[in-house]
Design a protein around this ligand. Structure first.
Ligand code: UDP
Length: 311
């Protein structure tokens, strides 16, 4: 039985990864300081002998006794409202956190996967974004704390790979949604669903023409697993290539919830990317992976989950 360490394992994405690895017969050590994650996301796993939760901060040293085969470094605030609220913690998770988890992987001779982000492309000047694009990031803008944290994390991961011989993977994860996102997470999909279910105004920032490409969490997790199992060591986009304007996404959620909510327009946050769409030809070719769950199906499942959380 192989053992995986998942940092941020009590978070939205991390907890789905825990589930999936346990289903695959792996043993999971979940590390989380519960800053943005929640015990509720993993409480169904705590009775399993294949699962161990350690409440700790991965930016401080962490001692793991067991042998470890895989390290998935997912720990970081990821929602813009979280990383604006927790800027120093976000920078620490990508810098100290990545360093220490790379050291852990080196000590254990484990394979390491960095959960990087499409934010490394910033407000992109090429469209769609392929892995060869270097990005357009404002290092001192409000989003810089997240963008540069992930860019630094990629740099240090490649350095451990090139100069220390560590077996590493880098996933550039695009917008992902699904069950276990926090109702107050602040990202577009949870915000719109919560507003729609309460009949409140739907707050679209800017004129709603900015685009995103949203992937259902099970598809993203499948991509991460395949990347870890592959022998591809340069960054790889994992996300949905289906692009949608944010205003249109709000309308879809109003439709799927049968809500009477109206759209209201609010100021666009500073440096908000105008477009985002991954070129996933690399993942298709190397991993034989592409998203399977349609946006309609994924949103229906997510709305169902939010109904149980917002009453
Ligand atoms: N957004 C919005 N209303 C909200 C939250 C977000 O219009 O209540 C917009 C946001 O400005 C951005 C897009 O939706 O253009 C996606 O935002 P999100 O926070 O989900 O993630 P991002 O892709 O910006 O990291």
């Amino acid at each position: 039985m192989s053992t995986a360490v998942i940092t941020g394992g009590a978070g939205f994405l991390g907890s789905h990864l825990c589930d999936r690895l346990i289903q695959e017969g792996q043993s999971v050590i979940c590390l989380d300081n519960l800053l943005t994650g929640s015990i509720d996301n993993i409480s169904h796993l705590t009775g399993s002998s294949a699962f161990r939760f350690v409440r700790c901060d991965v930016t401080e040293d962490v001692f793991i006794e067991e042998d470890v085969d895989f390290v998935y470094h997912c720990a970081s605030p990821a929602s813009p409202s979280d990383f604006l609220r927790l800027p120093i913690e976000t920078l620490r998770a990508g810098s100290f956190g990545t360093h220490l988890m790379l050291e852990l992987a080196a000590r254990k001779k484990a394979r390491f996967l960095l959960a990087s982000s499409s934010e490394v492309y910033g407000d992109p000047l090429t469209h769609p974004q392929s892995e060869t694009y270097w990005g357009n990031v404002n290092p001192i803008g409000p989003r810089g704390v997240y963008d540069e944290s992930k860019r630094y994390a990629e740099a240090v991961t490649m350095a451990y790979h090139r100069y220390r011989g560590l077996d590493t993977r880098i996933a550039r994860i695009f917008n992902t949604y699904g069950e276990r996102m926090r109702v107050d997470d602040g990202r577009a999909i949870p915000a719109f669903i919560k507003q729609a279910l309460h009949g409140h105004d739907i707050t679209v920032f800017g004129d709603g023409t900015q685009t995103r490409s949203v992937s259902y969490v099970a598809d993203t997790v499948e991509g991460l697993l395949r990347l870890m199992k592959s022998d591809y060591r340069l960054p790889m986009n994992i996300g949905s290539p289906e692009e949608i304007a944010i205003g249109r996404l709000a309308e879809e959620i109003i439709g799927l919830t049968n809500s009477k909510s109206k759209i209201v327009y609010k100021a666009l946050p500073e440096d908000d990317p105008k477009v985002r769409q991954p070129d996933i030809s690399l993942a298709k070719r190397v991993l034989k992976w592409e998203p399977r769950v349609s946006r309609q199906e994924g949103l229906i499942r997510t709305i169902q989950y939010f109904r149980t959380k917002t009453s």
